[in-house]
Design a protein. Structure first.
Length: 338
């Protein structure tokens, strides 16, 4: 892409590209499709599939060795931080409750340590579950208090916490996330826009774009997946995430990514400078396509689906004149020492 175009860094959740989620499958797929960054979430390095939060020091060391072998770097820690209940109440969900002081000192501290171990500045997280069926706006204050402490813990560790928009959480749409971020008012708390996480709740393309605009000034990076509007359209409320099946690549939906990225293009250079002041490599577009299925804690695309999703995103970026880099012959030569 031309040097005068704004530049983004392409990444993705590598576990989505692996049939068995082994590290070698993940890294082989990403190297083959030309990516140099990945978000680490679920991975198997010989002891079964584990969430990144459960990895041992020897497993981390093995992953780091394989990253070097395949020429990969971690863009973000795909943590589940914030996917627990705000209150210890029965609400007919399987979500766990962990007292916040313990959660902060154990789980959040663990996420910070892992981010350093993987040499990334970014932790992906969430905005807590309010009781099912109740108004999320009633729980903004408690969410703000807890996320403020998480942001400060990350800041003290020279890290940045990204708050992803997602169904069933307090921050389930752009207006809620904007208000949460406004009240937290901390440089270590940024927002992550994900179009499919809005479309899957029943928001239309136009409504999802309005929620992007609400989040816009606080966005740190984007997750890339799309969703075909279905019978859920117009039905906001509790979402059975495991029942969502109509995920598609960025160029196959209702045009939401063209709308969002056309506008986002104007912000990339400024955001790039802001992120680099926090030690972050640049503006990431993180593929999380779910094209073969998704759920509450992850999704699957397969190596073929991830390749299709990457090419779909690249077509949108090319059309909008947004620059990006994929591995080329010079990178191959460099890796072999020529």
């Amino acid at each position: 892409m031309a040097d005068n175009n704004p530049q983004v860094i392409l990444s993705g959740f590598a576990d989505e590209a692996a049939n068995h989620k082994t590290a070698i499958e993940q890294f082989s797929a990403f190297a083959a499709i030309g990516l140099q960054y990945y978000s680490v979430r679920f991975i198997d390095v010989g002891k079964g599939i584990k969430n990144v939060m459960q990895l041992t020091k020897p497993e981390i060391a093995k992953i780091r060795h394989l990253e070097a072998e395949y020429g990969l770097n971690v863009s973000s820690l795909g943590s589940p931080i914030g996917k627990v209940k705000l209150l210890d109440v029965e609400d007919k969900t399987q979500n766990k409750y962990i007292p916040f002081r313990r959660y902060l000192s154990k789980d959040v501290r663990r996420a910070c340590d892992l981010a350093h171990a993987f040499e990334t500045k970014l932790i992906r997280g969430f905005s807590f579950y309010h009781p099912r069926g109740e108004d999320p706006w009633d729980y903004v204050s408690q969410t703000v208090d807890q996320l403020g402490e998480i942001a400060e813990a990350c800041h003290r560790s020279d890290l940045t916490f990204g708050l992803e928009v997602e169904a069933n959480l307090v921050g389930q749409n752009g207006c809620l996330l904007r208000e949460i971020q406004r009240q937290v008012n901390h440089p270590a708390l940024l927002l992550i826009y994900d179009a499919a996480n809005l479309l899957g709740q029943g928001y239309t393309t136009a409504e999802s774009y309005e929620h992007y605009l609400a989040m816009k000034t606080g966005i740190g990076w984007l997750h890339i997946k799309d969703y075909v509007e279905s019978a859920r359209s117009g039905r906001k409320g509790y979402v059975d995430e495991g029942a969502l099946t109509q995920f598609v690549p960025a160029d196959e939906g209702q045009g939401i990514h063209e709308l969002v990225l056309r506008d986002f293009r104007q912000s990339i250079r400024k955001l790039d400078r802001k992120l680099k002041r926090r030690g972050i490599a640049g503006v990431f577009l993180d593929l999380e396509p779910h094209v073969k299925g998704g759920g509450q804690f992850g999704g699957f695309s397969g190596p073929d689906g991830m390749g299709v999703a990457l090419r779909g995103l690249c077509r949108v970026l090319d059309y909008l004149s947004i620059g990006y880099h994929l591995r080329d012959f010079n990178d191959v030569l460099a890796s072999r020492g020529d």
